[in-house]
Structure formats: structure tokens, C-alpha cells
Design a protein around this ligand. Structure first.
Ligand code: EPU
Length: 429
């Protein structure tokens, strides 16, 4: 097993390139099933969630060929099964996209109940409702979700909650359904727009992605295409917070600054300088930053996937900050780890009240999930002394070359092999 060892207190300087968006890639990879041909997809991040998506596609009968790092040719012309076993599906949430994509392609799909980060209950009722609105039957039995339709027909879908996954799945299933499907109260995240752009290049007719009403006119045939995935909003935001928290001057390159506005606004409120350029943002900070309040909201609000990282920064900012979580029931488990580092935080329901301490102290901690792990990286950078982070495979689900990228901007981080069983508990996946 490996862990990360960080010696804190170093300021960060230089440039960090941002990889392709994980949450776009994990939808676009299954979406290639709709093409019945070859798609060449570039800017795919080299992370474990993507590797698992490729393995699942190959299990279904597709072939995946590396063209150059980050660029793959995916050939889905022959598919031998529409069933995704638990060994793939249970390791990640995004395996539910195989339901929408296979339903759209073959009229049926069966996927073992998806796993993923543990933030409390993660229902799939809105996914089910979308498929049923398109005329499919959905059956939840023996730990599997199965769906099938004689013929998919356009439908009207009104989501009870704003959901990224169900919005994407509704789009995947609707692109070949006869007639015009209307999806209301749709999620507006950048990866929704990216999936719509990819589907349209494959011959689909999807309009309105990025607004709360998406219209999908069904087409008979889809075809292969060349596509490049957008930069990862959350990876970029994580490096922005690292730079602000550790201090220094870092340019985060290859980003879409518009996607980062909610993060930029909070860092500026805390006293950091954030400058936007065409495809980069520069974050500079000097001395101790001050408190701010953060409430997570669907896009364009402050992303829940940045909540642990900003809380880790606020733990040593001056003053009392309140971080409220409005998407997930239980996304504060990482706070126990920050407390080990001397943070003063207490959780009341869906809010964390953070009394900023002058500095955190290095300690052995663990990554409870992907973004909780990113929060540990930030805490370790700002802490005095050495922080050792276990369960790093959870961080590597979503951050490409994290040690190399952090080292290049001056962080003192190493990946260290150790043989003892994790003393701090087991992983949440
Ligand atoms: N919800 C329902 N019913 C459903 C689906 C969702 O009630 O059928 C609720 C959820 O319980 C939650 C809210 O709707 O309260 C939003 O859930 P959503 O469906 O948007 O989440 P998701 O699709 O499962 C994706 C990201 C998560 C990110 C959320 C919110 C992927 C693979 N995952 O999850 O990303 O937190 O959207 O933005 O895209 C991460 O990258 O670390 C991560 C966890």
C-alpha cells in the first residue's frame, strides 16, 4: 500500500496544467456505445475511474485503443452483452451511465447497483423516472437495476431534484427515442453541456444543455466522431484553493475561467488575488486569509465537490466561517481528520462551523473519499510538520498525476510505500 507524505509550510509558485474533466469523461465513455462505430476522444484524464470505465466497455465487447496519452479510439460496433456485473459497477457511481447508454443503443440494460463515494443515501429514483417517461420498464431486484423497452418514445421529464446523473442518463436514453423529449429542472453543470456537445457531434439533436430545460429530438442513427473533453472544473478549483491556502503565486492553465467563477469569488472574499485570462487563472496569496461563508448549490452555485477543500483552507483562516452543504446528507466525515490536525470545527446538521486556528499541525490522516482526500492534501500543505495520508487510491480516482503536479509548483509531497494494514479504518468506496 502507498500513502502520501507532505511536509507543510511551503509556498507554491509556478504553473499547473489541468486535465480533462472526470465527470464528463465518465459519461462520454459510455455514451460512445450509442455510435455503433469508432469515436476518438481526447483529453481523457489518466485516473482510476476512467480505467474502470474502459474495462467495463471492453467487458461489453467494445475495443479501446490508446492513440497518444489522453487520447483513445473507442470502437463500439460489436457489443456482446448488455449486462454490467458488480465487479465493475460497484466500484463507482458513474456506472449508472451504462443504463442510459445501453438502453438507447440496445433497448435494454442491466447494471449492478452502482457504488461510489459514501455521502449518505444516494437514491436513483430520478433515473428510474426518466427511463419510465421514455416508455421503458425498470426493475430493481437482487442488487441490480434492469431496464428494457420495446420501443423508446419521447417523453416529458420533470426532475424533483436537480440531479447531474439523472439529467445525463435521460439525455443518453432519449437521443434515439422517437419524437421530442423535454427534460425540465435539468442540471446545468459544465459536464452536462460537454455530454450534449459530444452527442450532437455523433448526430444527436440536443438543445438547451446548460439551461434548466433540455430538448432532445430523437434520431434514428448515431455515428462516430472526434471529440476533446473540457478541462476539469474541480481539479482546477482544487489547485486554486491549494495556492490560496499555502500562499504563493500559481497559474492554473488550460481551464475555462467561467466554470470557476463561484470558486474565484470565494477566494477573493478571503483575501486572495485571482486574475482571469482566456484559458488560465492566476491565484496569489500572501499571509493569512480571512473567513468566508460557503453554501453548496447546483451549478452555477458553489460546487459540493469543492466543499471539503475550501473547508480545509478555512480551518486556518482568520475568523469563523460557516460551510453549509445542501446537496449531500453526509459530506462532513473528513472533518474528523481535520480535527486530528488541530482544527476547531463542529458540525450542526448540514453546516460546519469553522473557528479558524492560526495553523494546523501535521498528523496521520486518511482520505474518506475522493474530495475528502483532496481536502487532506490542502490541510497537509498548510500544516506545520508532516502529514501522512492513507487511502490515497481514493484521491487517484479523480486527480491525474497529483504528486507530479503538486511537486512542480513547490509542494513537498512524496508517495511512500508501506506494508502495514491501514491503521485508521477502511475505504469508503
Ligand atoms: N438524487 C435523488 N434521486 C436521484 C438522483 C439524485 O434524490 O435519482 C439527489 C441526490 O441524493 C443528491 C442530489 O440529487 O441529493 C444530487 O445528486 P446528483 O444526481 O446530481 O449526483 P450524482 O450524479 O450521483 C454527480 C457527481 C458527484 C457530484 C454530484 C453533485 C459524477 C460521476 N458524480 O453525482 O461528483 O457530487 O453530481 O454535483 O458526475 C465527485 O466527483 O467527487 C463526485 C462525488
Amino acid at each position: 500500500m502507498d500513502k502520501f507524505v507532505i511536509n507543510g509550510g511551503r509556498r507554491l509558485f509556478g504553473e499547473v496544467p489541468i486535465s480533462g474533466a472526470k465527470n464528463a469523461a465518465v459519461a462520454i465513455i459510455p455514451a460512445t456505445l450509442l455510435a455503433k462505430g469508432k469515436c476518438r476522444v481526447d483529453n481523457i484524464p489518466e485516473i482510476s475511474d476512467v480505467r474502470l470505465m474502459f474495462k467495463t466497455l471492453e467487458y461489453l465487447g467494445a475495443s479501446v485503443r490508446l492513440i497518444h496519452p489522453g487520447c483513445y479510439e473507442i470502437d463500439t460496433s460489436s457489443i456482446s452483452t448488455t449486462e454490467v456485473p458488480g465487479m465493475y459497477a460497484q466500484k463507482m457511481r458513474a456506472s449508472y451511465y451504462f443504463l442510459g447508454a445501453l438502453l438507447g443503443r440496445c433497448g435494454k440494460a442491466s447494471v449492478a447497483m452502482p457504488g461510489g463515494c459514501d455521502f449518505g443515501v444516494r437514491p436513483i429514483d430520478q433515473h428510474q423516472k426518466s427511463f419510465e417517461a421514455l416508455g421503458a420498464r425498470v426493475n430493481l431486484e437482487s442488487g441490480r437495476i434492469s431496464t428494457d423497452a420495446k420501443e423508446l418514445k419521447a417523453g416529458h421529464i420533470y426532475f424533483d431534484v436537480v440531479t447531474v446523473g439523472a439529467t445525463m442518463n435521460a439525455m443518453l436514453a432519449a437521443v434515439t427515442a422517437e419524437g421530442q423529449t423535454v427534460i425540465e429542472n435539468a442540471a446545468k453543470e459544465p459536464h452536462i453541456v460537454d455530454l450534449a456537445n459530444f452527442l450532437n457531434l455523433m448526430g444527436a439533436d440536443v438543445r438547451g444543455a446548460g439551461t434548466d430545460t433540455i430538448k432532445v429530438r430523437g434520431v434514428k442513427e448515431m455515428h462516430g466522431c472526434d471529440y476533446s473533453i473540457i478541462p476539469d472544473q474541480i481539479e482546477a478549483g482544487t489547485y486554486m484553493v491549494m495556492a490560496a491556502a499555502a500562499g504563493g503565486d500559481v497559474t492554473i492553465k488550460g481551464v475555462i475561467p467561467k466554470h470557476l467563477e463561484s470558486i474565484t469569488a470565494k477566494l477573493q472574499e478571503c483575501g486572495a488575488t485571482v486574475e482571469e485570462f482566456d484559458d488560465s487563472v492566476r491565484v496569489a496569496a500572501e499571509g493569512r486569509l480571512t473567513k468566508c461563508n460557503v453554501k453548496t448549490m447546483p451549478h452555477p452555485g458553489f460546487p459540493t465537490d469543492m466543499q471539503p477543500q475550501i473547508a480545509a483552507m478555512l480551518a486556518s483562516c482568520e475568523g469563523t466561517s460557516i460551510v453549509s452543504e445542501s446537496i449531500w446528507d453526509n459530506r462532513f466525515r473528513y472533518i474528523e481528520q481535520l480535527l486530528r490536525m488541530g482544527a476547531q470545527i463542529h458540525v450542526e446538521g448540514k453546516a460546519a462551523i469553522i473557528e479558524g486556528v492560526p495553523y494546523l499541525k501535521g498528523a496521520p490522516v486518511r482520505a474518506d473519499d475522493l474530495r475528502a482526500g483532496a481536502a487532506m492534501l490542502i490541510a497537509g500543505l498548510t500544516a506545520r510538520g508532516t502529514t501522512e495520508i492513507e487511502n490515497i487510491h481514493l484521491i487517484e480516482r479523480g486527480y491525474e498525476h497529483v504528486v507530479e503536479k503538486m511537486t512542480a509548483i513547490g509542494a513537498d509531497i512524496r508517495r511512500v510505500r508501506y506494508d502495514e494494514p491501514a491503521a485508521l479504518g477502511t475505504s469508503a468506496v
